[in-house]
Design a protein around this ligand. Structure first.
Ligand code: CA
Length: 231
């Protein structure tokens, strides 16, 4: 019996990934760590220090120090905010996400947020754009976790907060490493390919369903949930 749907945030609820990918590529390259926007999509879901260390390991043969990571991540946040200021102020909501959330609520299922993001204003923004769907009790952020995706930790923590078992939940993810984390937590995962990566990358990580957009998931939501209830 299905009880909860766990939602990733960037690239699922908000169309924020183009800005993040731009900021990552620009700032990492400034520090002598060549990174393309596509690299940013492939590493999406990691914590800031996790992403930075992948590249310092590759180019400097060592993990980033905490101080380096803090400085670089701080600069990345500034560049992301500049990008957003030049592109309408804040990330747009993902088309179709409100419809998906409304269907989840109509089925009496809990909405749980599981994000690597650690912004303080997160709940305010969610409440503004998706009123009544999320609460601080049913939210796992970058501040709560030790390892972050692709480790299953954030999704296991989400299940615990919801009081649900892996069998009683589904995950909605847009990133290969996010799918990997959810699958490692034992949760069947709906991949929504809202970015530029190949579908194959999401399916190879073990996604059970794949949709090209949140609108497409909204249109097929009953089939996904109905299949669960029967099966
Ligand atoms: Ca994401």
């Amino acid at each position: 019996m299905l009880r909860a749907i766990l939602f990733d945030m960037d690239g699922v609820l908000f169309d924020s990934m183009p800005g993040h990918a731009f900021a990552w590529a620009k700032v990492m390259s400034e520090y002598g760590l060549p990174m393309t926007p596509e690299d940013a999509f492939e590493n999406e879901g990691r914590t800031g220090i996790g992403t930075i260390s992948i590249f310092t390991q590759r180019y400097w043969n060592r993990p980033a120090t905490e101080e380096e990571a803090r400085e670089l991540y701080c600069r990345k946040t500034i560049v992301f905010n500049e990008y957003m200021a030049a592109h309408g102020g804040e990330p747009p909501v993902m088309p179709g996400a409100a419809e998906v959330l409304n269907k989840v609520r109509a089925h009496g299922l809990m909405r749980v947020l599981v994000t690597g993001s650690a912004q303080q204003s997160l709940l305010t923004r969610l409440e503004q754009h998706y009123p009544g769907h999320f609460t601080s009790e049913l939210m796992v952020t970058g501040d709560d976790v030790r390892y972050g995706k692709p480790n299953p930790e954030p999704y296991l923590m989400g299940l615990k907060k919801a009081g649900a078992t892996a069998d009683e939940a589904l995950v909605v993810e847009n990133a290969p490493l996010g799918v990997r984390a959810a699958v490692a937590a034992g949760i069947r995962t709906i991949a929504v390919n809202t970015g530029p990566l190949a579908d194959r990358l999401l399916l190879d990580e073990g996604a059970t369903w794949l949709f090209p957009s949140m609108q497409a998931l909204a249109e097929h939501f009953e089939e996904v949930v109905g299949g669960e209830e029967e099966g």
